[in-house]
Design a protein around this ligand. Structure first.
Ligand SMILES: [Zn+2]
Ligand SMILES: [Zn+2]
Length: 502
């Protein structure tokens, strides 16, 4: 029996950087041509090759899949940390939304062509990304790219940025339901693995695309992507089996192509540490040591940069698989215990409240700096950590802050915002002392963004009026403070400056 088509024709990876516009329009017509092909059909055609390659060396394929997942988690963590900074300090959201579609398109094309140039497997998986990665889709509505960035953010339930145990998938109705049906079916392990690989690569490509796009847009250096070390084994490609399907000449040609593609994808890769929490790459300074039992029993190369990483990886991950054959199940699960565990200082959002990325940045900063009461991050300067040493003031402030950050309650945001501004004006209390109103403007602009609260300045002015009407002239935040404590709080203050915002 002759197989109709081994793979779907695709544009060539080499053209991505050489002639990005043409390469991209080739891709767009390719995706358009196959837009109605369901995943099952794609898989049927391409899986012959994928499945056979996987089946030829299941163990290596499983290890590779596991490392792909770990790699993807690390990538998502890195993107999250960067993106939170870009949202909070580089004004990414407003700038991207205000940019023209042509400007967005220019950077999205840089993102597409650079991400697809990383490796052949990533390039080829673009076929399965369909509309998600068409240029017109990425540029027409600013929200598309911003939503993709937020979809892959590695935030735990408490909203803390942390290495995830499994990658955040980018949903795709057709592929997801195909994978789900297949997982529950009698499909072989190699078939399941082949589909899981497609899904992970798909997400990885989209992650790289948005990462490159955003960096390019902000005028930052494009990220350097390091690949991991792998060797091509002659038996990797099931030439003999393939021969039965396509005949000798075609199988030989396919094997040759496979080897070239493999070398291109994996050949240049340096060794990397197997512990998921470590990103060390062997620079040649010292040899990474391999797990002896895995090598002796399975000829499986599991490398660690240090004894510390090997120990850290043992209990949560490696123990279960050391020296033993893997299964699809074990290859798709991984556990990760963060070495630096940040206890969330702020509770998770309540009800349907959804934090802006700038506010997520703030809550993460506070969790990493639990002594600080608020962090003001002027884009041009180092962040300013504000704190209120007086215990009663701090406790009242933190109660209000908790309400504001978990519910977005306007009243509490305004009370807190007014207090931050008011304290900034009473120079004595704040580190470093603010000498003019500029800092107040920075605070208000930041809070407007954090709480998506455009009229905040008006609400703060209102809070100032409420302070003026208080018989003891206490700021609203301190309205429950006893008069003697308030007098003590004000000692040394020479009257006070009002917050008047325009
Ligand atoms: Zn390591
Ligand atoms: Zn081992």
């Amino acid at each position: 029996m002759m197989h109709p088509a081994l793979t779907f024709p695709r544009p060539t990876k080499e053209d991505a950087l050489k002639q990005p516009a043409k390469w991209n329009s080739d891709w767009e017509s390719t995706t358009k041509k196959f837009q109605h092909v369901p995943p099952s059909k794609f898989f049927e055609a391409e899986a012959t090759l994928l499945k056979m390659r996987v089946a030829a060396d299941m163990d290596t394929a499983f290890i590779r899949h596991q490392s792909l997942l770990g790699n993807l988690c690390g990538l998502q963590l890195m993107i999250t940390e960067e993106a939170l900074t870009y949202f909070a300090r580089n004004d990414l959201e407003a700038k991207w939304m205000q940019a023209s579609s042509a400007v967005r398109g220019k950077h999205a094309l840089i993102g597409l062509s650079n991400a697809c140039s990383i490796a052949k497997d990533l390039h080829d998986v673009r076929l399965y990304c369909g509309r998600e990665l068409t240029l017109s889709h990425l540029q027409e509505d600013g929200k598309i790219v911003l939503d993709l960035v937020q979809a892959v953010m590695a935030l735990n339930d408490a909203g803390i940025c942390e290495m995830p145990e499994t990658p955040k998938d980018i949903a795709d109705a057709a592929w997801d339901s195909f994978a789900q049906v297949q997982r529950g079916s009698t499909a072989s392990e190699s078939e399941k693995l082949a589909v899981a690989n497609i899904l992970a690569l798909r997400t990885k490509l989209i992650c790289h695309v948005v990462h490159f796009t955003v960096r390019s847009f902000l005028g930052l250096e494009l990220p350097e992507v390091k690949l991991e070390a792998q060797k091509y084994h002659k038996d990797q490609f099931p030439e003999a089996t393939m021969e039965q399907f396509v005949g000798r000449a075609a199988a030989k040609a396919a094997a040759k192509e496979d080897k070239a593609a493999w070398k291109e994808t994996h050949g240049k890769r340096p060794e990397h540490c197997s512990y998921t929490g470590c990103f060390k790459i062997n620079t040649g300074a010292g040899k990474f040591s391999r797990c002896k039992r895995c090598w002796d029993d399975m000829k499986r190369e599991v490398l660690y940069c240090s004894g510390a990483c090997q120990t850290a990886d043992w209990k949560p991950n490696h123990k279960a698989i050391c020296g033993k054959p893997l299964s699809f199940e074990t290859a798709s699960t991984r556990k990760y215990t963060p070495s630096e565990n940040f206890a969330p200082v702020i509770g998770p959002p309540i009800g349907s409240y959804k934090r802006s990325p700038s506010l997520v940045y703030q809550t993460n900063l506070l969790s990493r700096n639990p002594k600080a009461d608020y962090v003001i991050s002027d884009s041009l300067k180092e962040p300013v950590f504000m704190d209120f040493p007086d215990p009663e003031t701090q406790s009242l402030f933190r109660k209000c802050r908790e309400k504001a950050m978990t519910t977005g309650d306007r009243e509490n945001v305004a009370i807190m915002g007014h207090f931050l501004c008011w304290m900034t004006l009473q120079t004595r209390q704040v580190q470093p002392p603010a000498s003019d109103g500029a800092t107040v403007n920075v605070i208000v602009a930041q809070l407007k963004k954090e709480y998506r609260f455009d009229d905040l300045h008006l609400a703060i002015n209102e809070m100032q009026q409420r302070q003026n009407m208080d018989p003891f002239k206490r700021p609203v935040l301190l309205s429950s403070m006893s008069p003697p404590n308030w007098v003590r709080f004000c000692s040394g203050m020479n009257g006070y400056q009002q917050v008047v915002l325009t």
